[in-house]
Design a protein around this ligand. Structure first.
Ligand SMILES: Cc1cc2nc3c(=O)[nH]c(=O)nc-3n(C[C@H](O)[C@H](O)[C@H](O)COP(=O)(O)O)c2cc1C
Length: 218
């Protein structure tokens, strides 16, 4: 039988439930990041579901390391001041336009979720796993944001690694931020022409058939 014939036979064997699950996955595969955000942000039950999705992240040892700090409404302008102060402390010559850019970003982003991890040093679960779990929580939330019809982007930049910004949000080393989710309603139809091209599968996916001199990570 031809490949197309085989594929048709395989598809026909897929149950209705599996097809509906595949459609959900299709929706997930259409996710793309967007920083062009408008009001309204998710609120109420929708925001709760997004946060629940974050709390569904895998977590070695049930450490529950995730910490999500919501920055919204009037707190955004104050957070913008925090960012501006941190930039200025890092670089006294930072131009006022740069400080204003961050003030505006914070004030205009409909909702910011600062995602961090509470690190337990010396715990048998290695620190990198405590960090990765927070990354997984951020990704779960981004997916939930998308599935509910909202838009978002995960950003870091020097501010996410700045001790002043971390402390202002309640993270003292070794606990730390893993980034900010900027969230809102997409400010326009998703532009498929500017969407990040998806990677070539062959560069990323390998079949292991025993030790090999070629290294996928090269
Ligand atoms: C940990 C992390 C930090 C990131 N920080 C930034 C950032 O500071 N600024 C930015 O423009 N994109 C940043 N990105 C990339 C965007 O979140 C996004 O993945 C990228 O724009 C590609 O879009 P896509 O998700 O639609 O493929 C970061 C991604 C990750 C995973």
């Amino acid at each position: 039988m031809s490949n197309a014939g085989l594929a048709r036979t395989a598809y026909a064997a897929v149950t209705t439930e599996q097809r509906s699950r595949m459609r959900m996955l299709d929706l997930l595969l259409a996710r793309q990041s967007s920083g062009a955000l408008a009001d309204p942000p998710p609120q109420g039950i929708e925001l709760d579901l997004i946060l629940e999705a974050g709390l569904r992240a895998p977590d070695h040892g049930r450490l529950r390391p995730w910490r999500f700090v919501l920055i919204r409404d009037g707190a955004r302008a104050e957070f913008g001041e925090c960012l501006a102060a941190a930039i200025k402390a890092r670089d006294r010559a930072a131009p006022p336009s740069l400080l204003d850019r961050y003030r505006n970003w914070a004030s205009r982003t409909p909702l910011l979720i600062a995602v961090g991890t509470r690190i337990r040093p010396g715990h048998p679960v290695p620190e990198i796993e405590q960090l990765l779990s927070a990354g997984a929580a951020a990704m779960n939330m981004l997916n939930a944001i998308h599935l509910l019809g909202y838009a978002g982007i995960w950003v870091t930049g020097a501010n996410a690694y700045d001790a002043r910004v971390n402390e202002a949000l309640g993270f003292r080393a070794p606990s730390r931020l893993v980034g900010f989710l900027a969230v809102g309603t997409s400010a326009g139809a998703p532009d498929t022409t500017t969407a990040t091209p998806r990677p070539e599968r062959s560069a990323h996916i390998f079949e292991w058939n025993g030790p090999s001199p070629t290294t996928p990570a090269a």
